[in-house]
Design a protein around this ligand. Structure first.
Ligand SMILES: [Zn+2]
Ligand SMILES: [Zn+2]
Length: 343
């Protein structure tokens, strides 16, 4: 009889699968690393072999350089592969382009590692797939009942409404450079926004990559092409870092917005001087964390990072055998370094 701990253990480098002899989202260089997605807290350089979706490998190269590992192995969604004594398959996680949950199976016992995920609609990536399993290893970035995110379209309408109300002000919208920035661009295009969407230079390589992958981001333009004064009334997608360091002050009477799940905490929005908080997250909120734990029908739940305690408590009350892992080093993509900057 196989137990979860036979397939997955904790090492100083992170989650490790002994019978497959590989790590998942390892924090330091390991011989073989399976990567859920390309955000910098999950995808690091210095491994011998990295197995990930084609998009994740491409984005890792964009951000970390071509030498980020010795050997790459492309994992297509839904196709399983034997690694050591286990079968491994990647399934869409709905978090960002290329993001995956990783399923590990041995003798009919299946463990799924969620990586970061969300259940809500995102026009820039494949939707989350429910993969039934015996044990589910979930994130819990927003694992408190207070986090129940509104419809992202409603939040986008707030941005468009504000623009209508303040047509002479530049709307500077903070969004992390990988995923959120492109999602906002795509959402604006889908909403029929008929002005160009401007962006901070750090967003350029990833926006270009999304376009190469066939994701229509609409009419997007780099701000360095024009005089800042000419962007009155326009929407500029900024990195969170550029909002912090005052970069947006160059625009006419800038109105500072930020798209993040954290914007549901009004105190946090005020603290970083966000005038227009937009609750648009690439993570699961509390209702979808709970729904997912139910949907996968796992008897066991491991909670990797974030607000682990409340989710463990809730799962225990549901009769699910739950434990917190409290992995250190996974964080919030809002703290992501931009492309080209040191980590
Ligand atoms: Zn992430
Ligand atoms: Zn993360």
């Amino acid at each position: 009889m196989i137990r979860t701990s036979d397939l997955l253990t904790l090492t100083p480098a992170g989650l490790y699968c002994p019978p497959g002899d590989f790590h998942i989202d390892a924090m330091r260089g390991v011989p073989r690393n399976l990567v859920t997605h390309a955000h910098s807290d999950h995808a690091r350089a210095g491994h011998d072999t990295v197995s990930a979706t084609a998009e994740t490998l491409d984005i890792m190269e964009l951000r970390l350089g071509a030498g980020f590992c010795r050997q790459r192995e492309v994992m297509a969604y839904g196709q399983s592969r034997q690694i050591g004594d286990v079968r491994v398959a990647f399934h869409p996680a709905g978090h960002i382009l290329g993001s995956a949950q990783i399923a590990i199976e041995k003798d009919g016992f299946r463990v799924v590692v969620s990586g970061d995920f969300k259940r809500g609609a995102d026009p820039t990536c494949r939707p989350f797939e429910v993969v039934p399993c015996d044990a589910y290893v979930t994130e819990a970035t927003f694992g408190l009942p207070v986090f129940a995110f509104p419809d992202p379209e409603v939040e986008l309408a707030k941005l468009l409404g504000s623009r209508g109300m303040f047509p002479e002000r530049t709307h500077a919208v903070g969004a992390y450079a990988l995923g959120k920035a492109q999602r906002l661009m795509r959402m604006l295009a889908v909403a029929g926004y008929d002005r160009p969407v401007w962006y901070h230079p750090a967003v350029a390589p990833l926006a270009e990559y999304y376009r190469q992958r066939g994701i229509d981001l609409g009419d997007i333009r780099p701000v360095d092409d024009v005089a800042p004064a000419s962007l009155a009334g326009e929407i500029v997608i900024c990195t969170p870092g550029s909002l912090k360091n005052g970069w947006a002050e160059r625009f006419p009477d800038p109105l500072i917005a930020t798209a993040s799940g954290w914007m549901q905490v009004r105190a946090r929005a005020r603290q970083i001087n966000v005038q227009l908080p937009l609750v648009i997250s690439d993570h699961a909120d509390w209702p979808s964390l709970c729904a997912t734990a139910r949907d996968v029908e796992a008897g066991e739940l491991w909670v990797t990072h974030g607000e682990t305690e409340a989710l463990v408590h809730w799962a225990t009350l549901q009769g699910i055998d739950a434990r917190p892992l409290d992995l250190i080093g996974y964080g919030d993509e809002d703290a992501e370094p931009a492309v080209g900057q040191a980590a």
